[in-house]
Ligand binder design. Structure first.
Ligand SMILES: Nc1nc2c(ncn2[C@@H]2O[C@H](COP(=O)(O)OP(=O)(O)OP(=O)(O)O)[C@@H](O)[C@H]2O)c(=O)[nH]1
Length: 394
């Protein structure tokens, strides 16, 4: 038969399963996981204390049990806040728990009133649940899928509604201090919903954790760890997408392959760390100089590629020449000392029917010519555009 005790045992088992799932994610050291883990531990602790009603003093099975359950809700909020990079507001949460402790003590020892005790706990939990929903909706990462966050917010609101309904239900009861009121059909229904929702919210938290892990893995695969430029793999994928767009829209697309000149000397003179600093500074400056729609990727070592959508050869040559001028002027300063450097670049514009490999091969060929011609210069692969090339005055 369904009794408060059977619901309590089921919730303890579900929360135990959630503790095991979150425990396995603790070593990922993701913000919020520790708080969600503690939240489920607190659910188990609070429910076990509730289950000891009659066996231990009322202080433990009523006051302490409800405070531990309130702590569980507070930890869930703090987990969401930390996960989203927001402040957990521990002081406000603690103040709420303090007020609840006072209310429970008054309505147990001064005026024994079950409905008011229930109303106090449901009010606290309801407020924190609404705060969870607001937090998730307002601070959801805009680059990630909405589904997990909306789902979690909806569950938090349902939980809050159930708490309000349970509080109102108890306030309206005719025999306020009879413990049998816990067995009423309404209370049982609201307890069942309450029992399912906390583990369900934890499952959604796990979905959010997996989503964040996936985002981190995608980011690592798509970016060069040292400079922050796109990885070669990501740039090539992007290039194929942009070629498809260029085909559809009939718009030009150009590619620059850039290589830092005499980079071996930079390493020899300033150490590997000095060379790394030069690479990072080159990427920082180049990104600042390009449009948002352009893409800068590291092809390997000191070689980079820039994809320029909606740009013909003349435009690409102008951009490459501007970059060459800027790098020539750039003084890189670091713990290693000071360093100046230059770049050479090859420019190729996409031709109808051409693959990215072929386009990149032509830009590479132009780069090779620029290097052979003395470095610190920009050259196009397109023979007709040679007139527009602007060899550097070294
Ligand atoms: N510091 C640092 N050096 C790197 C990195 N990747 C490659 N290199 C070094 O870059 C140097 C490239 O040397 P080379 O291929 O001879 O080219 P270069 O000296 O720039 O000469 P040119 O390209 O002909 O002007 C090598 O010494 C590599 O070890 C990196 O991530 N950091």
């Amino acid at each position: 038969m369904l009794t408060p005790a059977s619901i309590l045992i089921t919730t303890v088992l579900l929360s135990l399963a959630m503790v095991l799932v979150l425990g396995s994610l603790l070593r990922a050291e993701m913000a919020g996981v520790r708080e969600w883990f503690t939240s489920n531990l607190a659910v188990i602790g609070g429910l076990l204390l509730l289950g000891l009603r009659g066996l231990v003093p009322d202080f433990f099975s009523i006051v302490a049990a409800n405070l531990v359950l309130a702590l569980s809700t507070a930890c869930y909020y703090a987990g969401c806040a930390r996960f989203l990079g927001r402040p957990p507001h521990w002081l406000r949460l603690a103040a709420g728990i303090g007020a609840l402790a006072l209310a429970l003590t008054i309505w147990l020892y001064i005026d024994d009133n079950i409905p008011l005790r229930v109303l106090a706990t449901t009010t606290y939990t309801g407020i924190v649940c609404v705060a969870v929903a607001v937090l998730l909706l307002r601070h959801r990462p805009s680059t990630r899928r909405r589904y997990n966050y909306w789902f979690a917010a909806a569950l938090a609101l349902i939980f809050a509604l159930c708490q309000v309904a349970r509080g109102i239900h108890f306030i309206m009861l005719p025999l306020p201090s009879d413990p049998l009121i816990f067995h009423s059909t309404w209370n049982m229904a609201l307890l069942i919903v309450g029992a399912v929702i906390m583990p369900a919210m934890t499952m959604v938290a796990v979905m959010m954790i997996h989503d964040a892990m996936l985002a981190a893995a995608e980011d690592a695969a798509n970016h060069d760890h040292m400079t922050g430029a796109l990885s070669r793999k990501r740039l090539e994928t992007l290039a194929r997408e942009q070629i498809a767009n260029a085909v559809k829209a009939g718009r030009p697309l150009s590619l620059l392959i850039i290589d830092l000149d005499h980079f071996k000397h930079i390493n020899d003179n300033h150490g590997h760390a000095g060379g790394d600093t030069v690479l990072r500074e080159f990427v920082r400056m180049t990104r600042a100089s390009l449009r948002d729609s352009d893409a800068l990727g590291r092809m390997g070592g000191e070689e980079f590629a820039v994809l320029l959508p909606d740009t013909d050869t003349a435009g690409a040559l102008r951009i490459a020449e501007r970059l060459r001028e800027q790098t020539k002027m750039q003084l890189v300063i670091g713990a290693f000392g000071e360093c100046r450097y230059s770049i050479s670049a090859g420019v190729a514009s996409w031709r109808t029917g051409e693959t990215f490999d072929r386009l990149s091969m032509r830009a590479d060929r132009a780069l090779y010519t620029a290097k052979s011609a003395g470095r610190n210069r920009v050259l196009p692969d397109d023979v007709q555009a040679v007139d527009q090339a602007m060899p550097a005055t070294v």
